[in-house]
Design a protein around this ligand. Structure first.
Ligand code: DX5
Ligand code: ZN
Length: 226
């Protein structure tokens, strides 16, 4: 089956002293989405950036032709609702959260959608998919973690491929247009495996930022997917 693939560079690995420029550069290099990793030093042992940084970057998330590039906010925070609302106000297009970080998963999904933002759920390497039995019709994105959340530059955990296959079956069975995103350890040499398992959206941080040519990496990833 032919899918529309999306490459979503994670600015977690960008130069934080030049974030606006980094967002523009990676979009010029062909990024489809901007992945925004929010960490709270509570749900995960690291601390990144909040809604004010998202708001400041929003005007930079456009192509040279002036087309807006979706901002894909990945919340690694607990509790979820206050920051989800703040990111909706700050211009997020997708907001996904970890069900185990939320007190009332269904309510949090509804609250995100009510603000006109596409809600998503994120599953850690050892997390069960059972919650999807009850909320898959209400979400627009499922994000499978192929590393434990908290840091860039970790190695891909192979069991994520089996989990992606299981999620692909659930998405196909429900018939809704839901993005299946994979996050962690994605490189030029394994992106195809994730796609073959059923992923259509690929987060990549350290594989892109810090490399001399962002376009070179993104082009190689796209040819691996072709
Ligand atoms: C990890 C983050 C990822 C991270 C991926 O907690 O959710 O988005 O930036 O980084 P790489 O691509 O370097 O594994
Ligand atoms: Zn992420």
């Amino acid at each position: 089956m032919s899918r529309t693939y999306r490459i979503a560079p994670s600015i977690l690995s960008a130069d934080f002293a030049r974030l606006g420029e980094e967002v523009r550069s990676v979009i010029d290099a062909g990024a489809d989405w901007i992945h925004f990793d929010v960490m709270d030093n509570h749900y995960v042992p690291n601390l990144t950036f909040g809604p004010m940084v998202c708001q400041a970057l929003k005007p930079h998330a456009v192509t040279a032709a002036g087309v807006a590039v979706p901002i894909d906010v990945h919340l690694m925070v607990q509790p979820v609702d206050t920051l989800a609302a703040a990111f909706a106000q700050a211009g997020a297009d997708y907001i996904s959260f970890h069900p185990d970080a939320a007190q009332h998963v269904h309510r949090s999904i509804q609250a995100i959608a009510a603000q006109g933002v596409k809600p998503g759920l994120v599953f850690n390497p050892a997390a069960s998919l059972d919650v999807l039995d009850w909320v898959i019709d209400d979400i627009d994105l499922i994000l499978i973690m192929s590393v434990n959340p908290g840091f860039g530059g970790q190695s891909f955990i192979d069991s994520a491929l089996r989990k992606i296959e299981a999620v692909r079956k659930r998405i196909d069975a429900c018939g809704k247009d839901i993005r299946l995103e994979v996050d962690g350890g994605i490189k030029e040499n394994n992106i195809r495996h994730a796609a073959d398992a059923g992923a259509d959206t690929f987060v990549a941080g350290s594989a892109i930022f810090g490399k001399p040519s962002y376009q070179g990496v993104i082009d190689t990833m796209r040819s691996a997917l072709a």
